[in-house]
Design a protein around this ligand. Structure first.
Ligand SMILES: Nc1ncnc2c1ncn2[C@@H]1O[C@H](COP(=O)(O)OP(=O)(O)O)[C@@H](O)[C@H]1O
Ligand SMILES: [Mg+2]
Length: 344
């Protein structure tokens, strides 16, 4: 068997890091959120700069059709992967799968975790078996499918395998079967994929950021996403609300809790991270019902890292951690996992 040697850090004491990404190209489409999950070039540059400030030598690796060749010739010690992939339900797994195929160490969760997490219903099913509470739901794979009479209205409709509020529009909520059919019709035409119908939990909303692994797993203070509007359509983190967050949202971090609630949220977040075998970093969305029950909504093992915009770096900033420090924490978590020297 071949002995895997720990790569020598570069002469200045750091690493050659590949940054794998997909960025927005400004493709025009009738679907306004077509490229929502891709990163802006500013975000990619901000991560690159942060890595360079940590003395890393960075090679940008756009995850297009040529990515296999780029990864195999780049000779990087580790890849910082933020690539969303190109197509299909398993797209976030495409780059991690190639990295594992080539045996290149990489930052973040592996392909299996990313696949399960991107399929919201699959993640909910799996977590339910670990007694994690999640709203009742049904998957509708074609518009003609019968809708379960056991679901309580209002319900929210979302494409089952999207992120970045893609497909969560002003009309995502339905109060009765007729409204639901209408939303489903519109969403099927726009997104052409299975739709997740979920009971709507109308209480408070929290998102929880985590960094690290095993005994070093750190949970940041949960951040409350508090809605200013009284209008129900603006009390969900929809594509429109997220884009106009300054108008619609107050972020509270640390958030106010009644006794025991914060501990419950943190322990649910840790359990979910571990059950899904997440690595290095993730962000998890929750709703708390008016009775104080915590519901898992979804997990982002590849959370957005746009400074000053994405929730994950925002949470870190509330906790006194700059964007650069956050990138360092995430990278060091991965380096530690691979038994590689950490950056000081
Ligand atoms: N079952 C639900 N009950 C209440 N609100 C929900 C529910 N599902 C989604 N939402 C709202 O919609 C937003 C986006 O849904 P989410 O599943 O997190 O999708 P995305 O992957 O686009 O972030 C949530 O942040 C929340 O405001
Ligand atoms: Mg979300």
């Amino acid at each position: 068997m071949e002995i895997q040697e720990t790569p020598d850090p570069l002469p200045d004491g750091s690493y050659k890091v590949g940054l794998a990404y997909n960025h927005k190209k400004g493709i025009k489409s009738e679907v306004e959120d077509l490229e929502a999950e891709y990163d802006n070039i500013e975000t990619i540059n901000a991560i690159k700069r942060a890595l360079e400030k940590l003395n890393c030598k960075v090679e940008l690796l756009e995850a297009d059709e040529g990515i296999l060749k780029k990864l195999s010739t780049a000779k990087t010690d580790i890849v910082f992967n933020i690539a969303e992939g190109i197509y299909g339900r398993g797209r976030e797994a495409q780059v991690p799968a190639l990295l594992n195929f080539l045996r290149i160490p990489f930052v973040g969760s592996d392909e299996t975790t990313l696949c399960v997490a991107l399929d919201k219903a699959l993640a909910k099913r799996l977590l339910s078996t670990y007694k994690i509470k999640t709203p009742k739901f049904q998957i509708i794979s074609d518009p003609g499918m019968r809708i379960s009479s056991r679901l309580k209205y209002p319900v929210i409709v979302k494409p089952n395998a999207e992120g970045s509020s893609k497909g969560i529009s002003d009309i995502a909520l339905a109060d009765n079967p007729e409204e639901l059919k209408k939303v489903l019709g519109i969403n099927f035409a726009a997104y052409g994929q299975s739709m997740l119908i979920e009971e709507f939990i109308s209480g408070r909303e929290f998102t929880v950021g985590l960094v690290g692994n095993g005994d070093d797993l750190r949970v940041f203070s949960p951040m409350e996403i508090s809605y200013r509007s009284k209008e129900r359509k603006n009390r969900i983190y929809s594509y429109n609300v997220k884009r106009n967050y300054k108008k619609y949202i107050d972020y509270h971090c640390p958030a106010k809790f009644e006794a025991g609630q914060e501990e419950k949220l943190i322990s649910a977040a840790k359990k979910i991270f571990k059950v899904l075998e997440c690595r290095d970093f993730a962000r998890i969305d929750f709703r708390m019902s008016t009775q104080g029950e915590i519901y898992f909504i979804e997990i982002n093992p590849l959370p957005g890292l746009a400074p000053g915009y994405s929730d994950y770096p925002m949470i870190a900033e509330f906790c006194g951690i700059s964007h650069k420090e956050l990138i360092k924490l995430v990278l060091n978590s991965a380096l530690k996992r691979y038994h590689m020297a950490q950056i000081v």
